[in-house]
Structure formats: structure tokens, C-alpha cells
Design a protein around this ligand. Structure first.
Ligand code: HEC
Length: 116
């Protein structure tokens, strides 16, 4: 009897641990990534969009949108590129701060890694 209980505990314990590892698709972590785009994001974008691009409210009350989920205004990689280059509506333009290549890396990151 005690052995059966122990066996059950072990069984459900293992299932529980397995569930933790298999729940949901792996989320791309900006903080942990060594990609150049992630490092550019940490330096230029995290201050407003949050360390994982989840969006946040700035001290002045500006609501910075999540780059991962929700209703997106900029859909294609080109539109995202233009938002980064031109800014607008509370976002700074980056065309004088970043090279075209860096802005392309960032639009790829937003479109293909953060949004899924
Ligand atoms: C000064 C704060 C600030 C910084 C810095 C900033 N953003 Fe933004 N960003 C915003 C705000 C505010 C909006 C919402 C603009 C709007 O509603 O049109 C926005 C919108 C966006 C959008 C469009 C989201 C949508 O709905 O499709 C993208 C993509 C984006 N930002 C990417 C970036 C990237 C990449 C960087 C770094 C290079 C960056 N932002 C830096 C404040 C910021």
C-alpha cells in the first residue's frame, strides 16, 4: 500500500515536471539572446518597449505597445522598418542613430522572432 502510494507520487511528480517543460512554444528571449539584433534592441528599444518587448507605460503616461502580441499597426517587415526609421506617435526616429543594416536586423527581429 505504501509502495503503491509512493509509485503514484513518483508518477504524478514526473508528469508534473514534464508538463512544465512542454507547455507552450519556447519564447524568444531578448535578454538571453546573443544575436546582434537582440543587443541592438537592449541598447535602443528596451527603454520604452521593455526588456522583452512586452510594452510598458512611460513616466509621462505614454503607452508603449507590446511588440509581441495585440493589434499591430505595422504588419510587414517593411512597415516595421519604416516605423523604426521614422518613429512617430511617441516613438523616436532611428534613421540618424542606426545604420540601414541595423534597422533591417531589428525589423527582422520584431517580425520573425518576437511576433509568432
Ligand atoms: C521613446 C520611446 C520609444 C523608443 C525608444 C522606441 N519605441 Fe517603438 N514605439 C513607441 C511608441 C509610443 C509606439 C506607438 C506608436 C504608434 O502608436 O503609432 C511605438 C511603436 C513601435 C512599433 C509599431 C508597433 C505596431 O503596432 O505595429 C514598432 C515595430 C516599434 N515601435 C519598434 C521599435 C524598435 C525596434 C525600437 C528600437 C530601435 C523602438 N521601437 C524604440 C515608443 C518607442
Amino acid at each position: 500500500m505504501i509502495r503503491a502510494k509512493l509509485l503514484l507520487t513518483l508518477l504524478f511528480g514526473t508528469l508534473g515536471v514534464a508538463a512544465c517543460f512542454t507547455s507552450g512554444p519556447e519564447q524568444f528571449s531578448i535578454r538571453e539572446s546573443r544575436e546582434p539584433a537582440a543587443s541592438l534592441f537592449r541598447q535602443n528599444c528596451a527603454i520604452c518597449h521593455g526588456p522583452e518587448g512586452e510594452g510598458r507605460m512611460l513616466d509621462d503616461g505614454t503607452l508603449v505597445p507590446s511588440l509581441r502580441r495585440g493589434e499591430f499597426k505595422r504588419i510587414t517587415e517593411q512597415e516595421i522598418y519604416e516605423q523604426i526609421a521614422e518613429g512617430g506617435n511617441g516613438m523616436l526616429p532611428f534613421r540618424n542613430q542606426l545604420t540601414e543594416r541595423e534597422m533591417r536586423l531589428l525589423s527582422d527581429l520584431v517580425r520573425n522572432k518576437l511576433r509568432q
